[in-house]
Ligand binder design. Structure first.
Ligand code: BGC
Length: 767
């Protein structure tokens, strides 16, 4: 496990970069990335530096907006996806070059007198304050404030101010639109061979007038059209310049020493995914009109309100460890801002913070991120689930391609709902995605009691995913007539195309039971789904007879049927510098034949369903999988940490937790430049709530088993459960549960039931 000194100063509500560093620029661009789930922009410098592909990436993204390339295979098989999907890096509207009497404000030259850039996690903004001296000795103070509006889907804004400190002269702002942009595929997705390479958007319209510029363009292959525009507020005269792939507006402002020149820029994006092409320009102009009329201060205020609202339920306070506190808030901030929230978009494994993983959505959303929102911000959770609902038609088509006459098979990785994974052993074979989505739907229903969602969307998803699980396997005589699922890949990507992956079988079983249960709850409200009595009986038979591979001698559940047959992994036979990069140095078959796991797999299933196993069983499994898991995926440690709490290995849990809490902030994986690790970020919230506080659902009822890690004075968090807001505070004096609103709540603390009826009611437990 890796630990290192904090990169940024330890502060509980902010992240501050204290020096300008070209070397660390690429990574810092991700740290300071801002988003609202629809628009995302990397933390690049507005004054614009042309970093090369190894040192920086200007990145602006619209969630769901992608380019497709034809995928060429050396050998093609039926059902391989033929068109790729890559989140497209879009034209940049942020750039404002600054000149002082003709000399450019450029931190790579001259002398930096003071420097600070801060992400304010309680305000949802990034500010920068720099004092700098040019080569000729001109000193200026530069201040900027940027935000991507959480309450206005299409809008971001920035405000700049430049103050001459030892001269009077002309400050020139050159605000630019740059449409000559491309993805950095070779750097950000080096394994991808098909691109996109080069500029993918052809310009349709570009123009500039009335302090605004506008651009509209259409992709080469996916046929999607995007548009962006910016409005400027500046007390100087505007000079316009427009080219085929760029536009700029220049303002020159005479300024006295110690007074400032200011520019406010409102930037809006939209695309044909949301409206007919001919409406784009008018729509963006109206977004800008409203923004200008309201002004920057109103946007700042709205942002604060949105952040307060988020933190009210989602914040976790750790008393006694500020570094962990900072890591945790950083993680929560990034996942909150990355989640699609219009019901039409999901959430990328990297959010909208970079091009990594081509912007694809994976199981990371349902199994890592969604629980956080389900228990703190159910509306956001619902929007992400609706995205999956709306892509059911593509999943139904995919099930047919895979030979399932009915049902839906969700894609392993996707943007538009179609399968985009081109290496099926680590892609389409991960059938557990169906079980993951179903698990999230059911968890959402149980935690919110949202009957309308279950009736209108949820049950259909449960039924369609269950149908595939009822078709994919068979009752095998050699396994005592039990239902076996062969040729799938579990979460662990170092073991591919296996038989009876424990995690998959467990989640398939849960999926089938949840489908049956939802039909029972809905009664006649589910008639439109036309499920026959025979079909339901068959699902029950499959679920009741699900095979769970078990090694009698070891007393552990096996990750899959063949796990113990594989060669014991000898890490010493692998040179140290190659150990973390197995796929880059070894053929996949070499990897698949070793008895080890890249990430939490079997134990994830056991953790999710821990109430079905005894603590002794869980402990034996935990200890076994500790010895064979390499944690080469960022999705691993948080799961081990949670199970460690359940089996009383609190010291282990603390170690796992520290690693996941600061993994991205301190760049443990050395690839933060390509984007956040959203799953792990969300995993840290889970580590506290499902781990240390032991929250799980037992027969649909929340149950806590709180413990206090050594060295912590206490921790506090809130959950929303069926309309109730419950605050939990755990300290050495015990655990205090307080009802924070008027909706009564019943839950269990270990094995006894508690009901809090009125706002302010509390219950106290020893830990
Ligand atoms: C992990 C997957 C994960 C993906 C995206 C892979 O390295 O093995 O479980 O879904 O990354 O985060």
């Amino acid at each position: 496990m890796k630990f290192q000194a904090p990169i940024y100063p330890v502060e509980s509500w902010s992240i501050t970069e204290t020096e300008f560093s070209e070397k660390l620029n690429y990574r810092n661009e991700t740290t300071f990335a801002l988003s609202n789930g629809y628009l995302g922009t990397r933390g690049t410098f507005v004054e614009g530096y042309d970093f090369d592909v190894d040192t920086g990436l200007e990145g602006n993204f619209i969630n769901g907006f992608y380019e497709s390339e034809h995928v060429r295979y050396g050998e093609w098989n039926y059902g391989f996806p033929t068109m790729s999907q890559s989140l497209l890096n879009l034209p940049d509207c942020k750039r404002v070059e600054i000149y002082m009497d003709g000399e450019r404000f450029d931190l790579r030259r001259g002398r930096i007198l003071s420097y600070g850039r801060t992400l304010h996690m309680n305000q949802g903004i990034v500010t920068r304050e720099v004092e700098w001296e040019s080569d000729s000795g001109k000193q200026v103070r530069f201040c900027s404030c940027q935000l991507v509006c959480l309450s206005r889907k299409n809008l971001m804004a920035l405000k700049l101010s430049v103050t001459p400190l030892n001269f009077s002269g002309n400050i020139k702002f050159v605000s630019k639109l740059d449409a000559d942009v491309e993805n950095h595929t070779r750097k950000t997705n080096p394994l991808v061979d098909y691109g996109p390479f080069g500029r993918c958007i052809n310009p349709d319209v570009i123009g500039s007038k009335d302090h605004r510029f506008f651009y509209q363009g259409t992709t080469r292959n996916s046929g999607l059209t995007m548009a962006c525009a910016a409005a400027h507020r500046c007390n100087g005269e505007a000079v316009y310049d427009v080219g085929e792939l760029g536009a700029c507006i220049t303002y020159t402002i005479p300024v006295e020493v110690n007074s400032n020149a200011e520019l406010t820029k409102y930037i809006a994006y939209s695309s044909s995914l949301d409206m007919p092409i001919e409406k784009l320009e008018g729509f963006l102009m109206s977004v800008l009109d409203t923004a200008e009329a309201d002004g920057f201060a109103v946007l700042l205020n709205e942002q604060k309100v949105a952040m307060d609202d988020f933190w009210q339920a989602a914040d976790i306070q750790i008393d006694g460890d500020e570094a962990l506190q900072q890591g945790l808030r950083f993680n929560l901030f990034h996942i909150m801002q990355s989640a699609g929230r219009d019901g039409k978009t999901g959430m990328g494994a990297k959010g909208l913070s970079g091009e990594g993983y081509e912007g694809h959505y994976f199981w990371d959303t349902e199994m890592y991120v969604l629980p956080v929102f389900i228990w703190t911000n159910p509306e956001l959770a619902k929007q992400l689930l609706l995205y999956r609902y709306h892509t059911l038609p593509q999943a139904r088509e995919r099930a047919k391609v895979l030979g399932h006459p009915i049902g839906a098979l969700y894609p392993w990785r996707t943007i538009n709902g179609e399968e985009a994974s081109t290496y099926f052993p680590l892609g389409t074979a991960q059938y557990h995605i169906n079980g993951d989505i179903a698990y999230a739907v059911w968890q959402y229903y149980e935690a919110t009691g949202d009957y309308a969602f279950l009736r209108d969307y949820g049950a259909e998803m449960l039924v369609e995913t269950a149908r595939v699980f009822a078709d994919v396997g068979g009752f095998a005589e050699c396994r005592g007539g039990k239902y076996c699922i062969c040729a799938v890949t579990g979460p662990d990507e170092y073991n591919a195309i296996v038989d009876n992956n424990l995690y998959t079988n467990l989640l398939a079983q849960e999926n089938l039971y949840a489908a049956l249960r939802s039909l029972e709850i809905l009664g006649a409200d589910a008639d439109r789904l036309n499920i026959t009595v025979e079909e339901k009986a068959f699902w029950k038979k499959v679920a009741d007879n699900m095979y769970l591979p078990y090694d009698e001698k070891l007393g552990v559940y096996l990750q899959d049927d063949g796990f113990m047959m594989r060669k014991p992994y000898d890490e010493n036979s692998i040179p140290e510098d190659k150990r973390h990069l197995l796929y880059e140095n070894y053929h996949p078959l070499f990897v698949y034949r070793q008895r080890m796991s890249k990430q939490a797999d079997a134990i994830y299933g056991l953790q999710l369903l821990s109430d079905r196993f005894t603590n002794e069983e869980l402990l034996r499994n935990y200890e076994f999988y500790q010895t064979v898991t390499l944690h080469h995926s960022s999705l691993s440690t948080s799961i081990f940490g949670m199970l460690a709490c359940r089996v009383g290995k609190v010291e282990d849990a603390c170690r796992y937790f520290s690693e996941s809490a600061r993994m991205d902030l301190d760049d443990y994986h050395e690839n933060f430049y390509a984007g956040i690790h959203a799953a792990n970020m969300a995993g840290t919230w889970q580590s506290i709530v499902f781990g240390f506080a032991g929250l799980r659902r037992v027969n649909g009822v929340p149950e806590f088993a709180p413990i206090l890690p050594e060295g912590w004075k206490g921790y506090a968090f809130s959950i929303r459960y069926q309309g109730s807001l419950l605050k939990v505070y755990v300290s050495s004096n015990g655990a205090v549960f307080t009802l924070e609103n008027e909706k009564p709540i019943t839950f269990c603390i270990r094995d006894h039931k508690v009901t809090l009826k009125e706002k302010g009611d509390t219950c106290h437990e020893t830990v």
